[in-house]
Design a protein around this ligand. Structure first.
Ligand SMILES: *Cc1c(COP(=O)(O)O)cnc(C)c1O
Length: 446
């Protein structure tokens, strides 16, 4: 087969033609604005969008790499970090950085814990970290990059980490323990206070991954929802990650990693004084840092204010309640565990939920498939306020459709998911995933 060689076109396109072409290409994307997707985009509505776009454009060319040249970005970043820290129970000494996203925040927290342990516990040469199996894979990635052994702790029946098992997994080499507030798969919070107490007793760093909940749980608490303490108010919590680009409704590329104090944060920084290019110092993993996402994060926090976030939180939870009640009212479906906020998963004792997801796909609803146990994932945003009835009606119809086909062998994506979750040969599944990523990262026509 002939392969197409991609080259920069000899002649550039006209602006109108170019933008027209891009609009056409965009039509194939997921319909997040219409509330048809349940992950990836946290859409706060047009009003917020306008603010983000204006702020982003204004600082489009700014580079957070050098806050001396961009004093504006220094102001925005330090204030976003300080506002997030005080929101999450940090004292005057709490410190942090903005990063490109949750994964980078987590990477920095794990690296900082490792380097802090290296300084204080040089006897530990093979560091380990204790992580619930429900933590975001960014922790596995960080462990892999940073050469730390992950000790994976199972969940209890309520989908929260088994605290006793976590305690038992701590060894002389453990440098870090993690809990999520909440964890992505089932939207439930790990027992943060119990875990933090154990970590404190053992003198271990404890990280709370509030990437998902950091900008929602504090407001739900204010609205009198039953939210257990999870932030720096809990003794033993050493660091927290919180994504402004999730429920903070910022533009993508904005997250915050926080430490209880500045001395801890010092272990995060990288400095190199011998470069011919000059004295070099960098707070996080990236070099060039887009000014737009820093500025947009500052803008949205100041635009919404506490009142704006409370209002959004209220509406998100109303929608969540309508959806979870609607799902529980469908006889063959149930919600997993007792999720605290607006992220949850549902499953069925009698139906193949992967086939249900395929049926919903056919009606334009994109639910994410999860495994161990098989379930479907939902993350509720303001974009979903208007679609509850349509969604529940289609879900009911699809349940009946799948139930009617029961006994027939499943087809479509359902086969794949059913197989991959249970295949004992995990190496084969890894190879499949590698092929999959490899093909995704290749132009389509070739
Ligand atoms: C989204 C998420 C992350 C990773 O954040 P990215 O911004 O996608 O890198 C980490 N932890 C949790 C709980 C998340 O929901």
């Amino acid at each position: 087969m002939d392969k197409k060689v991609y080259k920069i076109p000899e002649k550039g396109l006209l602006k109108e033609d170019l933008l027209q072409e891009m609009k056409e290409i965009q039509k194939g994307d997921a319909n997040w604005k219409g509330g048809r997707t349940w992950s990836l985009v946290y859409y706060g509505g047009k009003e917020i969008d306008d603010i983000l776009e204006d702020a982003y454009k204004m600082f489009f060319h700014g580079n957070g790499l050098n806050p001396m040249a961009f004093k504006s970005l220094k102001k925005f970043e330090t204030e976003v970090v300080a506002m997030t820290a005080s929101m999450l129970g940090g004292g005057f000494d709490a410190a942090g950085s903005m990063t490109s996203g949750g994964s980078e925040s987590i990477f920095m927290a794990v690296k900082t814990a490792r380097d802090c342990a290296r300084a204080k516990r040089p006897d530990i040469t093979s560091p380990e970290m204790v992580i619930p199996i429900s933590v975001h894979p960014a922790f596995e990635k960080a462990a892999h990059f940073l050469n730390i052994k992950p000790c994976r702790i199972p969940l209890g029946e309520d989908f929260r980490v088994d605290v006793e098992a976590a305690k038992e997994a701590i060894s002389d080499n453990t440098i870090l323990m993690v809990g999520s507030a909440p964890a992505y798969p089932h939207g439930v919070m790990d027992p943060i206070r119990e875990l933090a107490t154990i970590a404190e007793e053992k003198g271990i760093w404890f990280h709370v991954d509030a990437c998902l909940g950091g900008f929602l749980l504090p407001f739900l608490k204010e609205l009198k929802y039953n939210i257990p303490d999870f932030d720096f108010q809990v003794p033993g919590v050493t660091s927290i990650s919180a994504d402004v680009h999730k429920y903070g409704f910022a533009a993508k590329g904005a997250s915050v990693v926080l430490y209880r104090n500045r001395e801890l944060r010092r272990h995060q920084f990288f400095v190199y004084p011998d470069w011919p290019g000059g004295l070099f110092g960098s707070p996080t993993a990236t070099g060039t840092r887009p000014g737009g996402s820093i500025a947009a994060a500052w803008a949205v926090m100041n635009y919404l204010g506490r009142e704006g976030y409370l209002e959004l939180a209220h509406s998100i939870m109303d929608t969540t309640k309508a959806l979870t009640e609607g799902i529980n009212n469908i006889e063959s479906l149930y919600i997993l565990g007792k999720p605290e906020m607006s992220v949850f998963a549902f499953s069925s004792q009698v139906l193949d939920v992967y086939s249900l997801a395929d049926a919903m796909d056919a009606r334009g609803w994109h639910l994410d498939r999860q495994q161990r146990p098989a379930c479907l994932h939902m993350m509720v945003t303001p974009a979903h306020a208007g679609i509850v009835d349509d969604f529940l009606k289609d879900l009911q119809d699809c349940v009946e459709e799948v139930a009617a086909k029961k006994g027939e062998s499943s087809e479509g994506m359902a086969v794949l998911y059913g197989m991959m979750g249970s295949l004992p040969d995990r190496k084969a599944v890894k190879d499949f995933l590698l092929d999959f990523i490899d093909n995704l990262n290749w132009p389509e026509e070739n």
